[in-house]
Design a protein around this ligand. Sequence first.
Ligand SMILES: NC(=O)c1ccc[n+]([C@@H]2O[C@H](COP(=O)([O-])OP(=O)(O)OC[C@H]3O[C@@H](n4cnc5c(N)ncnc54)[C@H](OP(=O)(O)O)[C@@H]3O)[C@@H](O)[C@H]2O)c1
Length: 303
Amino acid sequence: MKRILICGANGLLGQRLSLMLSSQTEYEVLNTSQERTFVYDHQLFDYTQLDITQKSDVKSLVSSFRPTVIINAAAASNVDWCETHRDEAWRVNVVGVENLIEAARRVGARVIHLSTDYVFDGKHGPYSEEDKPNPISYYGKSKLASENALRIADIPYTLIRTIVLYGGGIGVRDSFPMWVLKSLKAGKAISCAEDQISNPTHVNDLAFAVVKAYEFNRAGIYHVCGSERVSRYEFAVRAAEVFGLDASLIQRARSADLKQEAPRPLVTGFVTLKAETELGLKPMDTRQGLTLLKRELQTPGRA
Ligand SMILES: NC(=O)c1ccc[n+]([C@@H]2O[C@H](COP(=O)([O-])OP(=O)(O)OC[C@H]3O[C@@H](n4cnc5c(N)ncnc54)[C@H](OP(=O)(O)O)[C@@H]3O)[C@@H](O)[C@H]2O)c1
């Protein structure tokens, strides 16, 4: 029996991975996250609290469960929070990953880790796996440090970078389209950057890629994102269209005027040819992803 340890199982990606992997009888899945309780029913899913920054806890859990693979979906993923809480961000995004690497080495487990387009500076997107990172935010720097920790670790690993993740999740932090929808439903005007351009990614596409990377035993870096490159303004307008909300509340803005704590790489996006060829990824465009989100939000208990 293959044993899969999911870290950060309460997050947007973690929840989706848990659902996908737990439905396969050939896997024994242990879900872990920082919170004491799991978002899903404890009687249906195996769950143990695990803070990845606690080295001895990581070591003893991994030694007793002896996973075939550790999938790390845990992160401090709020870019502005990371900018102003640097020590805490570093502990989760870098020290936590180092702890997982060390524990994985002891039991011969693979590590599948997630990263971001924010490792790039946004001057020359779309980026391929060979392009040189140059992060401009603290979040991006911490995620690049976690990538480098894996690169030099001398253990089998897969690194999957993604962009602006969205989808239905229980109790998760609002993704960009969820913030747009909540604001428009409340009749609130919002400003969205027309100079931040990237490929928003539905969580199903990312979870699919993670599972295939494991099943096909793929190593190295993969870029995974939605098929359409849009500005945040265009993405917000598309969300309003799909959900039948008032798009006139969405105003165009320049990033420089938004006063966000962390600087943003302006033009990113990925070349996903490698993931399409080697993992079978067929990424959704924004209309498909938002339509799926709409369906998810109508399903009780999914958001
Ligand atoms: N969200 C995006 O737009 C985006 C874009 C590009 C890349 N990514 C990357 O994709 C991955 C998944 O992101 P996501 O959006 O699914 O993240 P998320 O929804 O913010 O979930 C992250 C989860 O990590 C858990 N966590 C935080 N600190 C922890 C710790 N010390 N120990 C154990 N668990 C901890 C939290 O669990 P609890 O709830 O139990 O505290 C949280 O639910 C991350 O690596 C992220 O950097 C995300």
